[in-house]
Design a protein around this ligand. Structure first.
Ligand SMILES: *Cc1c(COP(=O)(O)O)cnc(C)c1O
Length: 389
């Protein structure tokens, strides 16, 4: 027989669901399991008659709070958060596709996503790439079995934009599901579902986390399309987010509007500086678009992010390396979206050649002031000559 539980044991061991202690932050529900008062409650849970929590590879209150916020920001019916952006992307793709299906995918998307589609070919899923051209050209590439059009706008590394409303119309008329990787702009600067796109996927490791300390992802979509993504992509594949990381993301989210606003101002000043510099051959960012691209961009977005690429006039790779190595306020690192400014090269193989006209240098601006960043770029550009082209 179980003895009477002492008051002290109750305090130490039992869960206290009565008090939230007026905490202003949602607590971290660092629990893998949640118990039921009676076996009938559990049966009701299984019969979907109550919405109780059961097991964290399914639902967890900390993750649920984050999901509700992210869904609301995207004006979406539902959101699920994953343990990485690739977890979210792969879940959205394989939960939506069947063997025999065909995918149209933008040529300049995030590299690992393209690698993932190549891997899926062994399961009978084929794909073709399209470039950011006129939507009408998609017509020729579309097949009877095209199930998904996957896109990104602005695209990774080169930041071209695509008319998302037109793309969504094109796909809807043909019963094709549209998926966008909206990591770059976050739901604060672009709400793809409100433009007619079916599914938005995110790496939350970037701006949303915002402090280079968490790897996470999200899928937002309708209740209908979420059914398979939740069942197969989330619960059965199991790349679920930890409650601790959900807490970090909820914290990041609180300053996201302020960080994006600061980045927009800094980036505008830095690009203005670079666009006048004789060493700069090309800038890849919405602020440097052609008038047609700019119209599309302004129509569907709500501001600028701090991510862009450049090409130098100088094509001697030892000098390009020297420019990068002389940057003092930039870390040489992959990924982006944190406090620090980062610099990376799109294709390091170009740097292995003595001379290359195809070195694309990608910057992620952080939260230092524009003046300091410009001074740093200035001194690093001064390290190299202009007249090698
Ligand atoms: C980083 C990134 C991803 C992958 O996200 P992880 O969290 O690293 O798995 C996907 N898409 C874009 C555009 C990214 O920048």
């Amino acid at each position: 027989m179980l003895q009477q539980i002492s008051e002290q044991d109750k305090l130490i061991c039992l869960t206290d669901n009565e008090h939230s202690f007026s905490a202003v932050n949602p607590p971290i529900y660092q629990s893998s399991i949640f118990s039921f008062n009676t076996i009938e409650d559990y049966i009701d849970y299984k019969d979907k008659l109550n919405q109780a929590y059961c097991y964290t590879r399914g639902n967890n209150p900390s993750c649920k709070i984050l999901e509700q916020k992210l869904a609301a920001l995207d004006q979406a019916e539902q959101c699920r958060v994953f343990s990485s952006g690739m977890g979210a992307i792969s879940a959205a793709l394989f939960s939506t596709l069947n063997s025999g299906d065909h995918v149209l995918v933008l040529n300049t998307i995030y590299g690992p996503t393209l690698d993932y589609l190549k891997f899926m070919e062994r399961y009978g899923i084929s794909f073709d790439v399209y470039s950011l051209v006129e939507i009408s050209q998609l017509e020729q590439l579309t097949k009877a079995n095209t199930k998904v059009i996957y896109t990104e706008s602005p695209a990774t590394m080169t930041f071209e934009t695509i008319d998302l409303q037109k793309l969504a119309q094109f796909a809807k008329a043909r019963n094709i599901v549209t998926i966008i990787d909206n990591t770059c702009l976050t739901p604060l600067l672009q709400k793809p579902l409100s433009l007619g796109i079916d599914i938005a996927v995110y790496s939350l490791s970037k701006y949303t986390g915002g402090h280079s300390d968490v790897i996470a992802g999200a899928v937002v979509t309708s209740q209908k399309l979420m059914i398979n993504i939740d069942k197969y992509g989330y619960k059965l594949s199991g790349s679920v987010l930890s409650p601790n990381d959900a807490f970090l993301l909820l914290r990041g989210l609180r300053t996201l509007p302020l960080r994006l606003e600061a980045l927009s101002q800094t980036t505008t000043l830095v690009i203005d500086y670079l666009s006048k510099h004789p060493q700069i051959k090309a800038i890849y960012h919405p602020l440097s678009y052609s008038p047609e691209q700019r119209d599309i961009y302004q129509n569907q977005t709500n501001g600028y992010a701090g991510l862009f690429s450049i090409q130098l006039v100088n094509n001697h790779t030892h000098e390009i390396r020297s420019f990068i190595n002389h940057l003092q306020t930039f870390n040489i690192a992959v990924s982006w979206g944190g406090f620090e400014s980062l610099v990376m090269v799109k294709d390091i193989n170009e740097l292995r050649k003595p001379i290359s006209d195809n070195v694309i240098i990608r910057f992620s601006l952080g939260l230092l002031d524009a003046k300091t960043i410009i001074q740093d770029l200035e001194q690093a550009l001064n390290q190299i000559g202009t007249n090698h082209a």
